[in-house]
Design a protein around this ligand. Sequence first.
Ligand SMILES: [Zn+2]
Length: 295
Amino acid sequence: MSDGIQRFIFDDTDVRGECVVLEHSYGQVLARHPYPEPVALLLGELLAAAALLVGTLKFEGLLVLQVRSSGAVPLLMVECSSEREIRGIARYEAEQVQPGASLHELLPEGVLAITVEPRDGQRYQGLVALEGEHLADCLTAYFATSEQLPTRFWLQADGQRACGMLLQQLPAQRISDPEQREVRWQHLTLLGDTLTKKELLALPPEILLHRLYHEEPVRLLEPYAVHFHCSCSRERSARALSSLGREDAERLLEEQGGTVTIDCQFCNQRYCFDAADVAQLFSGGGVQQPSLARH
Ligand SMILES: [Zn+2]
């Protein structure tokens, strides 16, 4: 499969799962910034995590994963919409990023913020300290401590592909005995733990599931495509500019030699606003007319 998320369900127990494979979209993210390898790998894992998480949520809107730390990588950020349009970015101190650095070396005092922004309705956010050895452990810990459905994550990236799997325990329906439920959950997650990095990165979901669960009544559902897409626009940039207020926007215009340029951090798209644009913006004329012709 090309970039996509594929769900699977077990017919005899209350557990569901998802596999994600990102290759093109991961490549699109990496093509826009020359990240050092450890940062590119972390970003890949975070992209895979976001795609998996979106699949577990019933909502329309945006999921944002943001990692902040006091170290070499102060910010990692991935956004994935309910339409599975994904983008991501990392900030890093190049001289501090050592090859093969661990999660803790790259992200000391790291905190992951998981924010769900529904198009209609209340935005909510959960926070988890990055205390595991891998990003997947941190996400698993988050689900364990936040009264959500027990969920296990497996995430891998190698600079070419970013892949992941999750298992989630659903409310009792097929098995009501709590002990038996737990036995089944342990069994399925232990099998998941036998997955090697190479297998997760290389195997298509159907082969991967066969490799892990060929003795289980597991069914793979139709895949959903995932695409790289940047949601920046001239209008959004103009809104940011107008939020500065007229005086500051005009000062910026002067400082930048007559044209305010706003670069999208995610995709490097540049939006330019000249004096006429700024005047129009603050006279309520909107920003619909691109001024590119004038530059
Ligand atoms: Zn953009």
